[in-house]
Design a protein around this ligand. Sequence first.
Ligand code: ADP
Ligand code: NA
Length: 332
Amino acid sequence: GFTPRVFSGIQPTGNLHLGNYLGALKRFADAQNKGIESIYCMVDLHAITVWQDPADLARATRELCAGFIAAGVDPEKSILFNQSQVPEHTQMAWIFNCVARMGWMQRMTQFKDKAGKNAQNASLGLFAYPALMAADILVYHATHVPVGEDQKQHLELTRDIAIKFNHDYGVDFFPITEPVIEGAATRVMSFRDGTKKMSKSDPSDMSRINLTDDADAIAKKIRKAKTDPEPLPDSIEGLEDRPEARNLVNIYAALADLTPEQVIAEHAGQQFGTFKPSLADLAVAKLAPISTEMSRLMQDQGEIDNILRRGSDRARNIATPILQKTYDIAGM
Ligand code: ADP
Ligand code: NA
């Protein structure tokens, strides 16, 4: 058996949003508080698979680190670091590039979404991204990866790579990692379009709550969020085919640590004119302190850099022997 170990990463691409918080950051803090060894990474090597302005990337990396801490991840308990500072990720990724099959990679829907119509002009890195992600996870022998639903397919690929490596070399070396996709808000949707996920790259700032938004911006975005004209139903089944209503109920539930069923029981029959202000109060109470703490932390960038440097030393202590053993297995 493998010792339980949690790994997850977030791209330092700016606009950290409510979906990142409920799908990832909030749950990292919860995992850490259960006492499981946890490793969290700012994945700058993933970010550069699409163009990043260097100054923006450097700033977004520090801001993301501040976001982790403000969301409750304690850098003394968990390991917080920047991917490019631990070269074992790319070394392991090369091995996995040689394990993964072209056909597996071609099935990745995120590549198709991000590359769009002009796939010939996408970077090779964007195509190889999921093999680097497998390396991020397996170079620590991580057993559990808390993520949002959009990462499910990449986690399946990680398992396929571990299985094929173990099989090809006749070893039981890499764990078969479990995706941990749970809670009421594993896929937070855009406030402008209930069929699209809330995303950093949406050009409309009204489509998402940014973790840097102040109380007024949070309340305004919820007030203006797209909804339908019906009141909230008496039971959860009444939310089928009402993606915008379902999204707001899910967000309420995740912020309040309730189930969507409990939220419906409490708010059955309410108009959005009543429900939205309750949601706005809850969101401001939970999120405004995070935004305040992020800007406080951002005033001492030297301290953020120190935290990331210490984190990368701790990460390397785990990754180096696992990479060495991988090389031994492969005869290198
Ligand atoms: P983004 O998708 O916003 O560019 P990342 O790819 O860096 O952000 O994802 C960071 C984490 O946030 C991942 O665990 C991802 O699954 C989660 N996440 C991203 N968007 C959402 C969303 N809309 N709802 C829930 N979780 C999300
Ligand atoms: Na994502």
